[in-house]
Design a protein around this ligand. Structure first.
Ligand SMILES: [Zn+2]
Length: 333
């Protein structure tokens, strides 16, 4: 998806998370076409590392200490953020130098813009269409697989993610609560129609045969997909086949809220756990941070594994500054 979504924001008035990861998708799109037409054979590995912030190796002593702490809590509720997917080649938002804030200056589309502006929707879907082949081909990394093992063993009693990339689901450890929805689903704003994003790609291809042929020429050297106005203007966005309404990805956009039932479900998961482990999130988004506050209220220890500081550090029972893909697979729980 190539929508620009630059931020993770929250409303202090409503307490609702807004944002999300359209930027995520956008950057995939971004690299998508470039990579499809690149001669480089190891581009995937290079790109994956590109999005991981600078960090120091975790020492054996630090690993042992983290392991000792985790063993005190048999049932962990785990919340993951963009930081867990950087090793899969997905950029995060706030990391110095490599995060989307640092790399790009695009303002995110908002829910309000999407529903009220036909040109904004057309631009959104055109970019989303261009980036989908790359975005949909990203694979889980060692951190996703480690958590999947914990799920199967019952060590992770509930897995919640802020990401919309679907990588935890691919890792197949068990049920995953996608706090901000999934880029792999599309829904109608006017009725109950839903379909997979893959299915919609076929529909968009049929509706835009010329676009697909022209898109590669629009790549920029930095890998961005810069679609010109003509291309965007000619992009055809089919309506809902059932009611003629607007189709949108099943994602919580900036300006929208996490559904209440989903929030309540995570609250229950945190209450049922022995501790809350946050992996790869700066916790700037209130939709995740609220559960850290809840854990503190319930006297559940908060453990954090992240590269760099987080908003939740002051509440942490234990914090390890480290790279999830290197740390989680080495823990013996
Ligand atoms: Zn509909």
């Amino acid at each position: 998806m190539c929508a620009s979504l630059k931020g993770i924001h929250w409303s202090t008035r409503t307490g609702n998370c807004l944002n999300i990861q359209l930027q995520h998708l956008r950057n995939y799109c971004v690299t998508s076409l470039l990579r499809r037409h690149s001669a480089a054979t190891n581009a995937a590995a290079t790109e994956a590392i590109t999005f991981v912030p600078r960090h120091q190796d975790t020492s054996t002593a630090e690993l042992a200490e983290f392991e000792r702490v985790l063993r005190r809590f048999p049932r962990l509720a785990v919340i993951t953020g963009a930081g867990i997917s950087t090793e899969s080649g997905v950029p995060d938002y706030r990391s110095a130098e490599v995060g989307l804030y640092a790399r790009r200056g695009h303002r995110p589309i908002t829910y309000q813009e999407f529903v009220s502006s036909e040109p904004a929707r057309r631009r959104y879907w055109a970019r989303n269409f261009a980036g989908w082949p790359r975005f949909s081909s990203v694979q889980p990394n060692a951190a996703h697989h480690a958590l999947a093992v914990w799920q199967r063993r019952g060590r992770c009693s509930s897995l919640v993610t802020q990401n919309v990339d679907g990588l935890h689901t691919v890792a197949a450890g068990g049920e995953v609560t996608e706090l901000h929805g999934s880029s792999h689903r599309v829904r109608c704003l006017g009725c109950d129609f839903t379909q997979s994003r893959h299915q919609l790609q076929r529909v968009l291809e049929r509706a835009n045969p010329q676009f697909a042929a022209e898109a590669p020429a629009a790549l920029r050297p930095d890998g961005d997909v810069e679609l010109d106005q003509d291309q965007v203007g000619r992009f055809v966005v089919p309506p809902c086949p059932d009611c003629g309404g607007l189709l949108m990805p099943d994602i919580v956009f900036f300006g929208d809220s996490v559904p209440r039932a989903r929030v309540d479900s995570v609250r229950q998961a945190v209450a049922d756990a022995d501790a809350l482990l946050v992996v790869g999130s700066s916790l700037h988004v209130y939709s995740a941070y609220r559960h850290v506050l809840q854990a503190v209220e319930l006297d559940r220890p908060v453990l954090i594994l992240n590269i760099g500081p987080t908003r939740g550090d002051k509440h942490a029972f234990y914090k390890l500054d480290g790279r999830a893909g290197l740390v989680l697979p080495r823990l013996r729980l």
